[in-house]
Design a binder for this molecule. Sequence first.
Ligand code: SF4
Ligand code: SF4
Length: 489
Amino acid sequence: MDKMVTFFANGNEIKAKEGEILLRALLENGIEVPHFCYHDALGVDGNCRMCMVEIEGFKRPQVSCDTEVQEGMVVRTMGANINEVKRSILELELINHPVDCPICDQAGECKLQDYYMQTGLYDSRLTTQKVHKNKHIDLGSSVMLDQERCVLCARCSRFTSNITKTGELGIMGRGDHSYLGTMPNKKLDNPYAMNVVDLCPVGALTSRDFRFKQRVWFLKSADSICQECEKGCNITIDHTQEKYKEDVIYRFKPRANKSVNGYFMCDFGRLSYKKQSENRQEEFLISGEKSESFEVLNKLKNLLDLNKGTVSILISPSCSLEEMMAVKLLAKRYEAEVFCDLDLYLEGKDDDFLIKAQKASNKKGTELLGINSGDYKKNSLIININHKKIIKENGLIVEFLTHKKENNAYLVLPIAYFTEQKGSAINSDGYIQRMEKAITKENMTLLEIIQAVLEEEISFDLIWQELQKIDQLNGISWDKIGKTGIKVL
Ligand code: SF4
Ligand code: SF4
């Protein structure tokens, strides 16, 4: 077991592992220390000198990312002396900076801007021309570089050397002519490239996909889980609704969860936010003709009554646990069998970082709920719930769909996407994780549709009472899952 020590920061008593990096111990205990180059996932580089603190017994301020915590240490992160040091470092960072915040996409989430507002606030003393560098460099992978805004913290280049090990980025040149760029004849090109945009503490690296589309202070965030593979990377869904317009999702960003995805996500998952508005199924259909929801629901009820005992339900293994349980309640009433087909969701290979070959985000959930592959065709009525499978037979087919797909269904019912309802899923590491509702759309949720068919209350709480009957979920609730999930398998 790690030996713990006690130290003091701004008068607060703090316990930390002996030898822990002082900056990390301070940040983990909610004490803000300005920093550019240090990042929990990249470790210490010590190049920006921004994380200076005063430590009793030392004549001069010390760099907290390069100092280990010791028993009895007395640290100050505030005060006139330390503020003066921070102002001097900021002045150096800003000497050649273009200060183009009004047109910078990072404004509102820029560390340089924040720190300047906290401790800078001085007029420039520069009387000569600033050093100019390139402002619109397409690095590849949808990442744009403005070299003038770069503070040379090397987070991005350390990410490509240490994390993806692709080494596309580096800092070249000398002195105030140093610049960030790609290595000769290289483009930024790896499946995780866009993480450098999140890592960049300033507006030097921006996403071509997001930039100039929305000011960040208008965005609201909901915590959720990427649905594009079974890794279940934690994300925030950033969205906003302008007056008289629809609520729009502008981006997915990785959300830190050390047990699952660390601080990162893949570009494919990141850009999957576009699915929210692309090719959505929004109409109820009977034999391909647009129909009223009540007509379709009535026909579905009649079909289920007529075919009781011979119904197959094929469900997507990316549905939430709550949706799966609601389907099981429907199946119980109509003596139906519930299947899924996991092989259909296997694509490519696992990589050695986050990406999984199994693209079903809740594969473990299907296993826990006992939903297996099987001969779904032997029955007279097939209900296909957002499953990839395209059923070609001419029998009675009912499709519940978030997105349009080729089908020859008798009935089609549009259903809500994961961004439009709350739910949970179990990832490949066995963590049950939560998806919050981000936006409101017209589509009914699967739970609402099943409630209408069964003509009895299928509330979220009732579903959870059913889920809690499963040994591994006994004592768990949606609230208890919290922001970073609980290991249940
Ligand atoms: S581009 Fe951003 S992350 Fe990269 S070195 Fe410059 S400031 Fe740091
Ligand atoms: S690794 Fe999988 S879960 Fe993570 S962002 Fe990529 S697709 Fe989504």
